[in-house]
Design a protein around this ligand. Sequence first.
Ligand code: ATP
Length: 267
Amino acid sequence: MRQIPVPRTSPGLSVRGLTVRFRGTTALNDVDLSLGRGVHGLLGPNGAGKTSLLRVLATVARPTEGDVRILGLDPQELGERTEIRRRLGYLPQEFGYYPTYTVREMVTYLAWLKDVPGAQAPAAVERAAERVGLGPALDKKLRTLSGGEIRRVGIAQAVVNEPDLLLLDEPTAGLDPERRLEFRGLLRELGETATVLVSTHLVEDVAAACAEVTLLEAGRPAFRGTPDDLIASAGTDAEAPGDSPLERGYTSALRRHRSERAQEVTA
Ligand SMILES: Nc1ncnc2c1ncn2[C@@H]1O[C@H](COP(=O)(O)OP(=O)(O)OP(=O)(O)O)[C@@H](O)[C@H]1O
């Protein structure tokens, strides 16, 4: 196999002018974004373009326009795309699985797809399952697991290859509060060495685990900064709805972005 000469310190990812269109819909509109090591939250209302962005970064969808670099590599080039996939962990919004497989079999299969060397795979699978609290369930069939446990299998398969880039689409959906807390700890740990991008509707997840947050609205970045910056962005907007300072920062940033867009349209 062709060796790609990329240092392990290569940048996480960068996109320039990224546009994704479906027939009548523009899901992402001329997005510029660069992310390095650490945990980044991706927030935004339904339909904002979060899944579309993650799918392009996971190399499962192609951009309509724009330049994408992932781990310093070009996903349009077959050899480089293969290398990206080997070093990537991805939890899709809908995690497809084989119900008759055990946790061990499913995660082993996905480790194999990621080229985890056969001799290392059994230990890697056990470690990944333990990291999401599924050590005792390794030999249970997936059809016997709860929705939250299946989500955790999805997280285990995403981390089994110790990825350099980890993309998680609503990983905490369906997790109970105790598991969510554990998961935030895992995110912080993974963010020490990898670039981690987590899409979520739960602003508490962002506050607890993310060093940075990007807010998408109608296919465009509406805010980028630390969770504290997002809180501060509410400023004197006393009418911004929300049950916490971060929720008020979120709604305030959205309202500001919507009104800027409305002014652009009428200008
Ligand atoms: N395969 C598709 N065909 C047509 N339109 C699509 C397709 N996938 C996404 N879209 C549209 O693109 C826009 C962005 O969708 P996307 O799933 O990326 O948003 P999202 O921020 O992940 O939303 P949610 O929070 O609801 O998961 C939406 O208007 C959606 O209807």
